[in-house]
Each structure stands twice: as structure tokens, then as C-alpha cells.
Design a protein around this ligand. Structure first.
Ligand code: AQP
Length: 329
């Protein structure tokens, strides 16, 4: 069975962008692949996190994975920090990565912009992400398209290692949603929707109650004109809402325009909000049940144990190929 790997940072409340861009595909792929879905807490600390908030968010993201429909008996659901080989392979791959490659990463540039001091962890984040993927020799990586550049680097590092030390790593492929690979911010369609955006009106979180969702969508910025037409270049704001509607209502994007022909923006926004609520209400209900059941720690322990077995073997193989002396047992 081929392997899937992906992760989400517990760096805030997950957004509809995280759901449409990544989680929805996690649920879809779990039936045909051996899947590893991680809460990437080691990535989250590349920007400052309050310890108590990090603990709460880590548990919350894991519970959201299950609430969204991931079956923990089929897929491994765990915290990145519970599987130390990620960090070890991350370091080994950092030594194969050039400064120039890391300097070209647009996510680093975006997150570092305007900051007086930027942590080195944020800079080397892409080599840790490469390790996350390669430690399982993953074939497929379901992500939003903001991760494209990081995935290209992962593929380059895998090829570089194979070239230097002999064929070992699988070259992974990205798996993007057809529509919604980049959900944009509700207040500015030139920026992606992000959980760390300080303006709560810019994003819908997976735990927003229905009234908040209605309010945020009704206040979303719209383009001039009044026609509901899909054209991301000239109508980026309405096209973003159409992508959200398409993904939440399960209507192909080509049919969304026909469905809302002659409908004004206000009426369309109401339909968008209800389509989001239709997806998030049941998810929130099962999220509450999972949190209250107290099962999440057992699920995470079981997932980490299974992941650790594979990851340890990979790091041992990699170290042997790179010339490290084996520890005498
Ligand atoms: N707006 C988005 N549209 C589609 N996909 C998205 N993803 C994130 N935002 C969007 C996808 O969600 C997965 C998990 O992302 P992450 O939490 O690991 O990091 P991120 O991409 O940096 O997401 P955020 O929400 O913007 O987090 P912060 O604000 O903490 O940096 C990835 O597959 C990502 O592509």
C-alpha cells in the first residue's frame, strides 16, 4: 500500500482554508493509502507560542482530525514531537540544504517581513518538513498550494540524497484539491486565509458558531459589480467565495455560476454561509464528543507508536548510508 503523509500546525484555531486545502483530502485518501496525519507542533514553535496554548491547540487539532472523519484505527494520528526521528532526520537533511534554497522560500519571506528578529527555526523549517515526508518514504502529500515550494525542495533533497548515498528515498508527489487549493482571506483576496492573521474577520475557524460564520461571510469584501461570476483575476473576492461554496456545498465550480445567475451578492453570501455551516455544524458536534470522551491521548499514543517504528528504521538506514558508526547494542 502506498503511503500518505501530511500535517497541520497547532499555531491557532484551524481555518476553513486548512480544511478545504488539506483536511478534506486527508479524509478522502485514508481509504486507499497507509496514512500518517500529524499535528506538527515542532513546526508551530518556529514562531513564539504560549506553552499552555500550544498544549490546548495540539489536542484540539488532533480532535478536529478525528471529527472531520479520519479513522484512527486506519490512519496514524499523532504529534510530531512524539516521534523524535523527525527532528533527527530534519537535522541530517538541513546539512544537505543550501542557504540559497532556504532564502528563496516565499513563506519564510512572508513570515519574516517587517520583523526585527526572526528565529533560525523559521528559516530551516522546510528541511524539517522534508524530513516529515521522507521519514516514511511517503508517495503522496495532500497540501494546499502554499506548500508547493516546500514540496519541490523535499523532492530535490530526496534526489540529492539518493545521488550521493545511493537510491533510498521515494520522490513524493503533491496532491492538491482541484478547487480551493488556496482559499483567500475574507478581508483581502490577495492574501491566503491564515489562522495566525490577527484580524478574526479575515478567516473562518472550524469552531466558529453559525452566527459568527454568517456575520463574517456577510462582511467579506466583495468586488465591484454585482454579478456572481468565477474569474479569479478580475473578481478575486467573489471567486474565492465561489470556491468556498463549491467545496462546502459539493457543487462543481462550473455549475456555481449558473446556479446564482441573477442573484445579488447579498443573496449569494447567505448561501455561502449556510453551505459552510452545513459542513461545520456536524464536525463541531463530533469534536465536542471526542474532547469530552478523553480518548484523544490514547489515539495519539497509538499513532505515535506505529509511526515511530517506521521512522526509526529510516533514520537508522540514512545514518548508516551517511557514514555514522552504529551504536553497539
Ligand atoms: N488558505 C488556505 N487554503 C488552502 N490550503 C491552506 N492551508 C493553509 N492555509 C490554506 C493548508 O493547510 C495545511 C496546514 O497548514 P499549516 O497549518 O501547517 O501551515 P500554513 O500553511 O502556514 O497554514 P496557516 O493557516 O497559514 O497557518 P499559520 O498562520 O500558522 O502560518 C497545509 O497543507 C496548507 O497548505
Amino acid at each position: 500500500m502506498k503511503t500518505v503523509l501530511s500535517g497541520i500546525q497547532p499555531s491557532g484555531q484551524l481555518t476553513l482554508g486548512n480544511y478545504i486545502g488539506a483536511m478534506k483530502n486527508f479524509v478522502k485518501l485514508q481509504h486507499d493509502y497507509q496514512c500518517n496525519f500529524m499535528v506538527v507542533d515542532l513546526h508551530a514553535i518556529t514562531v513564539p507560542q504560549e506553552p499552555e496554548a500550544l498544549r490546548e491547540q495540539s489536542e484540539s487539532v488532533a480532535a478536529l482530525f478525528i471529527a472531520a472523519g479520519i479513522d484512527p484505527n486506519k490512519s496514524n494520528v499523532y504529534l510530531q514531537s512524539h516521534v523524535p526521528p523527525h527532528a533527527e532526520l530534519g537535522w541530517l537533511l538541513t546539512t544537505l540544504t543550501s542557504m540559497g534554497e532556504l532564502e528563496r522560500m516565499t513563506q519564510f519571506k512572508d513570515k519574516a517581513e517587517g520583523k526585527d528578529s526572526v528565529g533560525a527555526g523559521l528559516f530551516v523549517y522546510p528541511s524539517l518538513m522534508a524530513a516529515d515526508i521522507l521519514v516514511y518514504n511517503a508517495d503522496l502529500v495532500p497540501v494546499g498550494d502554499d506548500q508547493k515550494q516546500h514540496l519541490e525542495l523535499t523532492r530535490d533533497l530526496a534526489s540529492r540524497f539518493n545521488h550521493r548515498y545511493g537510491e533510498y528515498f521515494t520522490i513524493p508527489e503533491a496532491y492538491y484539491p482541484e478547487v480551493g487549493a488556496r482559499i483567500m482571506s475574507l478581508d483581502d483576496a490577495s492574501k491566503k486565509m491564515s489562522k495566525s492573521n490577527p484580524n478574526p474577520g479575515s478567516h473562518i475557524t472550524l469552531l466558529d458558531p453559525p452566527d459568527v460564520i454568517r456575520k463574517k461571510v456577510s462582511r467579506a469584501t466583495t468586488d465591484s459589480g454585482s454579478e456572481v461570476r468565477y474569474d479569479p483575476k478580475t473578481k478575486p473576492e467573489i471567486s474565492n467565495l465561489m470556491s468556498i461554496y463549491s467545496q462546502c456545498a459539493g457543487v462543481p465550480i462550473k455549475d456555481v455560476q449558473a446556479k446564482f445567475e441573477g442573484v445579488m451578492y447579498g443573496g449569494f453570501k447567505k448561501a455561502v454561509a449556510e453551505s459552510i455551516i452545513g459542513v461545520l455544524e456536524p464536525l463541531q458536534k463530533s469534536y465536542e464528543e471526542i474532547r469530552q470522551s478523553g480518548q484523544i491521548h490514547d489515539i495519539l499514543a497509538q499513532g505515535a507508536e506505529r509511526a515511530l517504528e517506521v521512522a526509526t528504521r529510516t533514520v537508522d538506514d540514512v545514518k548508516e548510508r551517511m557514514g555514522f558508526l552504529p551504536r553497539k547494542c
